[in-house]
Design a protein around this ligand. Structure first.
Ligand code: FAD
Length: 491
């Protein structure tokens, strides 16, 4: 009895009838596909393993098998989802009003970066001593584009920065070991205090995208000496500055001798922040996990790469491999979309059959499988050409020069339509953000469109290469690949 005389020992719920456990259920949940996780995106991909066998990169089998399991795991699916739902935030100032220009990420972003960098997705081409290192690294990129596409932007730029860096060997000697490190370090600090870093490419301005000669940013010597490897002070803006938290940037600015390429560190040798101010983060379509920004240089310190006036040539040393990475990444996105379409249509029935057994759906899936296979073959044929070029093959160098922009253009165009088809295969479920794997197919469709527009716009990829090679070596070596059967399953 309480002070009011009520009996508190009796359970008030005793007065209600007990309902059956499922009394709220109006229906049984059935005929829904399961999440696509737990397979191996390398060993389960017949075409990829066949390419690895032909390219004789069995030395990378263990690494690729590990990456294949990681990118398809439920854990990475959750990380990818978290990284895309908890957006990066710009912290321009600390709470005391000091300018800091830092980006805050959800821990999921950093864990994804750490996993992919641990595999060498940003570096294997330059660190492996075995032949076929560009193909092997390309496979890591292909796999990680299936895991989380946003992180592939910093990974691809870091990979492709090395040729530009090597144009200035004394700068490469300082930065290369840091960049190629497989120990990701999330701290925002000078390189001396970090275990590894990433590179960003900051070329485009408001008025200058495809036509980089319209760049307005200027550079002047920081001291009496000028020329390759010397320091310059840079003033101006950049309009599409992805991965603004990187440790090093490849950038363009006009000196009084013409458009020139510079390496610009995020931090200065004395431990202070370089004079680079992040104005705002872009509200991009597609993947949300990666930060892209608009920035201003206010007397930022950069080191000249190559001769003054040769900036586009130096920057192209980087964009060339970025294009290759985009061709590979688009093929990876296609594979992922195909796998999801197959998985969904296998697990869903309509009109008394699994969707995948419906003749019209089989047409769609078969077309998609052909597209994805063609894109994959094209991408890795180009990666092999880069390996051959590095080994001194002049024919391969010609193929790389002409084929890479074509590959970037073609794969980045085709991926959009293919992902759209995959979206349609999912019916209404394709349009829901809470997708079975790392966000929706719809987001991947926007990401795919972004790949087409980014770095080298369609027209720049279609422009004829400067100068016409005069003599072609005789056609004695095999250029193409015979087709191989694709295992269209996801397992
Ligand atoms: C997701 C994403 C990430 C990006 N990240 C970066 C980054 O990290 N660093 C960076 O520097 N930039 C970045 N960019 C910017 C990108 O490099 C530019 O958007 C691209 O170079 C095109 O430039 P623009 O936007 O000024 O378009 P424009 O140059 O204005 O072109 C608009 C359209 O006109 C076409 N066009 C241009 N010239 C011709 C011509 N002569 N004939 C016919 N058609 C033509 C183009 O193909 C394009 O379709 C990114 C873009 C995206 C979408």
């Amino acid at each position: 009895m309480n002070s009011l005389g009520a009996d508190t020992s009796a359970d008030p719920f005793d007065r209600f009838p007990t309902l059956p456990a499922d009394s709220y259920a109006t229906h049984e949940v059935m005929n829904q596909a399961t999440p696509l996780t737990g397979h191996n995106a390398f060993t389960g991909d017949k075409l990829l393993t066949e390419i690895a066998r032909r390219e004789k990169i069995c030395w990378a089998d263990g690494l690729l098998t590990d990456a294949g399991a990681t990118v398809a795991s439920a854990h990475v699916a959750k990380l990818a989802r978290d990284a895309n739902r908890n957006l990066p935030e710009l912290k321009s100032h600390d709470r005391f009003g000091n300018r800091i220009d830092q980006i805050e990420f959800h821990p999921a972003w950093h864990e994804l970066m750490s996993l992919a960098i641990g595999h060498g997705t940003h570096a294997l081409s330059w660190t492996a001593k075995q032949p076929g290192a560009h193909v092997a690294r390309g496979m890591l990129s292909y796999l990680w584009n299936q895991g989380e596409n946003g992180i592939c932007c910093p990974l691809g730029m870091t990979y492709s920065a090395i040729p530009a860096l090597r144009l200035q060997p004394e700068l490469a000697a300082i930065w290369e070991p840091f960049i190629l490190s497989s120990r990701y370090d999330a701290t925002s600090a000078p390189m001396q205090r970090k275990t590894g870093g990433t590179v960003g490419m900051t070329l485009t301005e408001k008025q200058a995208g495809s036509d980089l000669r319209a760049t307005q940013t200027t550079a002047r010597p920081a001291a009496a000496r000028r020329g390759p490897g010397e320091a310059y002070l840079i003033d101006g803006h950049k309009w599409f500055f992805s991965v603004p938290h990187s440790d090093l940037f490849v950038t363009l600015a006009h000196t009084d001798r013409g458009l020139s390429c510079f390496l610009l560190p995020g931090w200065l040798p004395d431990g202070s922040r370089n004079h680079l101010q992040i104005q705002r983060l872009k509200d991009k379509c597609g993947n949300k996990s990666n930060a892209s920004s608009e920035i201003e240089y206010r007397g930022a310190l950069g080191w000249l790469v190559g001769e003054e006036g040769q900036g586009i040539k130096a920057a192209l040393a980087m964009t060339h491999l970025t294009r290759l990475d985009f061709a590979i990444g688009s093929a990876g996105l296609m594979r992922r979309a195909l796998s999801e379409a197959i998985h969904h249509t296998t697990g869903r029935r309509a009109f008394q059959r699994s969707l995948i057994d419906q003749p019209l759906m089989q047409n769609v899936i078969a077309d998609m499988a052909l597209e994805a296979e063609a894109a994959t073959l094209l991408a890795f044929r180009l990666a092999r050409a880069v390996d051959d070029e590095q080994a001194g093959d002049a024919r391969a160098a010609l193929l790389v020069r002409i084929g890479t922009p074509v590959g970037k253009y073609f794969n980045c165009k085709r991926v959009v339509g293919l992902v759209h088809e995959a979206l349609e295969c999912h019916g209404g479920n394709g349009f829901v953000e809470e997708g079975p794997m790392r966000g929706s197919i719809a987001r991947r469709r926007s990401t795919a469109s972004g790949k087409a527009a980014a770095i080298s716009s369609p027209s720049t990829c279609c422009a004829p290469p400067p100068g016409r090679p005069r003599a072609y070596p005789p056609s004695s070596t095999r250029c193409g690949w015979p087709r191989v059967a694709t295992n269209a399953s996801t397992g």
